[in-house]
Write a protein that binds this ligand. Structure first.
Ligand SMILES: [Cu+2]
Length: 416
């Protein structure tokens, strides 16, 4: 009997609680990277515990952020509250109910509309068994004591004690099993079919610039329009993926220009970011995103910049200083894991949920890879990366410190 109990206990411990990736949990902050007014920042919508109540919004700048104008609208009843937020000065916006909301963020003539849901945990729903069990046990314990005191015959006292013990056992069992029991959906959650395991259709994209064919040195808007591959309707169900609605990598064909930015949602299915190019030619764009209940997707595109190169090249795209990057083995084999170590200047702090990012592009632009650091021994970032085929690769390691985001560009040759 003891062996059986031990076996059951072991099984319970071994069965991990069911994990659902990218589920917005009540009680968890929502972190969204945005590139706005020339700044790279992360907006933090703090978890709410009660509604009506205040919703706290913070901003972290890499390295700085402008004051952002906030406008929070409840989709359910149209109620609007406004405020401002800057680093170290959080906003408190009053929310009246759970459910869908839109947060409009504005600065420097740009604005983004971020759809999200205000969720409040309702508990697992099994509490009634815990409290019920304890209540019954307590009641019967008192009853048992009274019965024992006034009744000489022990049998009814035994029954009462047994029921009390059963109540205690149920309460204790629920407490122990709680992480494995299905949690009730939080108040304000989107009603979803539970059997939607197939995912949603792939996204088709159109990348354009405003104006079309921008000139070197002139600010322009890169616009990404997302359409559902099946219906052709705008895709507006992006989930937060690595702390952003979408990650946009823009590189010149020669790789001397590199930007990793987080475009603003200016309309349903439309993402925009302002850029300035420093050389003419073809630019390649890569969008990393994830639809609700679907996997991650990588979408590619391109645009052309006209004019002649600017006099001073971009300081962010100089080659890495000797000794900054170590690739092991020095001549990596195609399809085999290689280790890339990058010496950092300053202590990295989390950006997009990680200490470091490595983006690798094939010389012809046909391939783009993105991995995260695998442990940071001291002021070094360590990545594991498998180059898919022989050839020349352009790579950029990125990390954030108090001084902002550092990009370390380097090239890797994978021999035949
Ligand atoms: Cu990103």
């Amino acid at each position: 009997m003891i062996r059986l109990l031990f076996l059951v206990g072991l099984l319970v411990v071994m069965l991990a609680p069911p994990a659902t990736a990218h589920d917005v949990k009540a009680g968890a902050d929502l972190r969204i990277a945005q590139t706005i007014a020339g700044a790279e920042l992360t907006l933090v919508i703090k978890a709410t515990t009660r509604v009506p109540g205040p919703l706290r919004v913070e901003v972290i700048g890499f390295p700085s952020a402008p004051t952002l104008d906030l406008r929070l609208r409840s989709v359910t009843d149209g109620r609007v509250v406004t405020g401002t937020v800057s680093p170290g000065r959080p906003a408190q916006l009053r929310v009246e109910e759970t459910g869908p909301h839109e947060l409009t963020v504005g600065a420097g003539g740009e604005s983004a509309v971020i759809p999200f849901r205000v969720l409040v945990d309702r508990g697992s729903g099994w509490e009634f068994l815990i409290y019920g069990g304890l209540f019954v046990a307590g009641l019967l314990l008192v009853g048992g004591l009274l019965t024992g005191a006034f009744n000489r015959r022990g049998r009814s006292a035994f029954v009462v004690t047994a029921v009390a013990a059963a109540g205690l056992a149920v309460a204790a069992l629920i407490v122990i099993l709680d992480p494995w029991l299905p949690a009730g959906s939080p108040a304000g959650a989107e009603p979803r079919p539970t059997d939607s395991v197939l995912g949603r259709p792939y996204v088709q994209r159109v990348v354009t610039t405003v104006p079309a064919g921008p000139a070197v040195g002139e600010e322009f808007v890169t616009r990404v329009e997302l359409f559902d591959g099946s219906t052709g309707r705008p895709v507006d169900d992006l989930t937060i993926h690595h702390e952003a609605m979408a990650h946009l990598v823009v590189t010149s064909e020669d790789g001397r220009y590199f930007r990793h930015v987080h475009p603003l949602r200016t309309a349903p299915g439309r993402l925009e970011v302002r850029l300035r190019a420093d050389r003419p030619g073809r630019y390649l764009t890569y969008v990393e995103l994830e639809r609700t209940d679907s996997g991650g997707q990588l979408l590619t595109g391109s645009f052309t910049v006209t004019g002649s190169p600017t006099v001073s090249p971009d300081p962010a795209i100089q080659d890495a200083a000797a000794g900054t990057v170590t690739v092991t083995p020095a001549a990596p084999q195609a399809g085999r894991a290689a280790t890339v170590e990058v010496a950092t200047t300053g202590t990295p702090r989390p950006w997009l949920g990680m200490a470091g990012h490595l983006i690798v592009r094939g010389a012809d632009g046909e391939f783009l890879g993105h991995v995260h650091e695998m442990g940071t021994p001291g002021n070094r970032l360590r990545f594991t990366f498998s180059f898919p085929a022989p050839g020349r690769y352009l790579a950029w390691a990125q990390y954030a410190t108090d001084r902002g985001i550092t990009t370390v560009p380097f090239t890797v040759e994978v021999p035949r």
